[in-house]
Design a protein around this ligand. Sequence first.
Ligand code: KG4
Ligand code: ZN
Length: 336
Amino acid sequence: MGITILGIESSCDDTSAAVVRDGVLLSNVMAGQEVHRRYGGVVPELASRAHQQHIVPVVDTALQEAGVTVGGLDAVAFTRGPGLLGSLLVGSSFAKGLALARGIPLLGVNHLMGHVHALFLEGPEKSPQLPFLCLLVSGGHTQLMQVTEPLQMKTLGKTIDDAAGEAFDKCAKMMGLPYPGGPVIDRLAAEGDPRRFSFAMPRVGGLDFSFSGLKTSFLYFLRDELKKDAGFIEKNLHDLAASLQYTIVRILMDKLVMAVEETGITEVGIAGGVSANSALKKAVTTLGEERGWRVHIPRPRYTTDNAAMITMTAYFRYLKGSFDDQQITPMARMML
Ligand code: KG4
Ligand code: ZN
């Protein structure tokens, strides 16, 4: 009947479960957490409690939608890290319990590798051909990967300070926008002028990124303008969002172009929460057309955290027989 895997993602504030059979996604169920909104960021303790409430119904629904029973599972996977420890513990404990009870293999998946595997969720024809480059842009990470095999990836460059998502979220917070700010900036930017304001571009060598200079430049700019006019942000909301977004996308695209030139690889993907950004998608698509790249962009629902991508990684690992035992523990910090 093929290999059927249940995967669980609980690294931050979304509880998600998915079922993959033979590399084909059968279901992907998500439960978000509204409780954090009023705090302007994710509150770890509240997140892990909400995961506990959501995990059983979310897994149940994922199995039902896939038409699979617990007895029909060949393995169970979970996000091992990086993420919030309390949140990761909920998913890992659940998966360990299920693996033990059913006597099936257990797989603790690297969340970052999962984001890259979101590019494999549309079936073999639409998946990137190997080797390919992947710009991984999330709330906590920004790095350029060279993928030679599904499970073999090398980091060509990464951020030396903030992640791209953090730059969106922190600057949005300075503008008084709700968390997470990335999608809000994206929406506001649609009606703004991206060239209206300009902010500091980083000078980091090689394929590394930096966003903290932009954050500071944005902060000082707002502070100075607010001194002159207390209504500055409100009056220029759309242009501020568009200009900020334009700068972040430029920083990312400069390095992506450099990576393509250095490696000669023209199969290019983007992944992670920030890859939902419309200006980023447009920029990489346009570059692809101009320069003859084959560009891969996950569907919006597979860009931010989801169990589908985690379960896809688990599938690749299952094929290699790379399983974990019950001693495995979640890890707040993990590299790719
Ligand atoms: O991958 P993800 O869901 O979680 C992490 O693993 O970090 O990424 C979340 C990040 C947040 O910083 C959020 O603001 C950003 O992705 N994000 C966006 C958009 N949608 C989500 N940033 C810019 N534009 C968007 N449309
Ligand atoms: Zn993520």
